[in-house]
Design a protein around this ligand. Structure first.
Ligand code: DC
Length: 231
């Protein structure tokens, strides 16, 4: 039995998924990647999928608020997220999907129920093909995999989240980053389609004062022991 096979043996009614949800800058990507590495599980950044659709819309000179345009971009997008790169319709968009333009456009695209329907279906297919994985996003534990084996909701103080983001994007100042995070949190939490919300059965982890290793260790401790022994 591989590590992957051992996940979720404790409860066959659950999907072989570890869901990591939370607001921007809560540490989802770093923690989810480290956790997937530690457990030898495949990892999917679903935020990068929404960013890729926003990137495709902007590249086609479309309006991110145009529901049909964005939906068509989502349905027709060729997305390759293997090897740590994000290739959108044949163009390497690994860095551009993190640009301020895409970050501004992505909230509207992610609030579009037609885009969500397409990407959620791709996320479920991704898991089906691999038999499980660690997925990070906003709605993994609530909408995409309500039956996930483990749901973690990461959160952190907005100032600390802004500091983390500002360190990644040095050209932006802290106040601007904090304002942009708050704006995105508000849109993500108040939209009608699959809003950012804690699943009722999620474990909430406040990462404000925790190092990555501490968060990962905490999550690993919540998993069945046979996985941890193999990690
Ligand atoms: O995690 P991120 O900042 O890269 O996410 C980009 C945007 O996509 C963010 O505004 C929220 C949205 N998103 C979403 O609505 N559902 C997901 N599963 C993942 C991200």
């Amino acid at each position: 039995m591989t590590v992957e096979d051992s996940v979720i043996v404790e409860d066959a009614s659950k999907t072989r998924v570890i869901a990591i949800d939370g607001p921007a800058g809560s540490g989802k990507s770093t923690v989810a990647r480290a956790l997937a590495d530690r457990l030898g599980l495949p990892y999917l950044d679903t935020g990068a999928m929404y960013r890729s659709v926003a990137f495709a819309v902007l590249r086609a000179a479309g309006d991110p608020d145009d529901l049909e345009f964005a939906a068509n971009a989502a349905r027709s997008i060729e997305l390759d997220m293997s090897d740590g790169r994000v290739v959108v319709n044949g163009v390497d968009a690994t860095l551009p999907i993190r640009s301020p333009d895409v970050t501004r456009a992505v909230s509207a695209v992610a609030a579009n129920p037609l885009v969500r329907r397409e990407l959620v279906s791709r996320q479920r297919e991704w898991v089906e093909r691999r038999g499980g994985g660690v997925l990070e996003g906003r709605d993994i534990g609530t909408a995409v995999f309500p039956n996930a084996q483990l749901k973690v909701y990461l959160t952190a103080d907005v100032q600390v989240r802004a500091q983390r983001r500002a360190r990644e994007l040095t050209e932006l100042d802290l106040q601007a980053v904090a304002a942009e995070l708050t704006r995105r949190d508000t849109v993500d939490s108040n939209r009608e389609a699959d809003p950012l919300v804690e699943a009722h059965d999620a474990v909430i982890v406040d990462t404000t004062a925790l190092a990555i290793d501490e968060v990962v260790n905490h999550i690993v401790a919540l998993l069945p022991s046979d996985i941890v022994d193999r990690g």
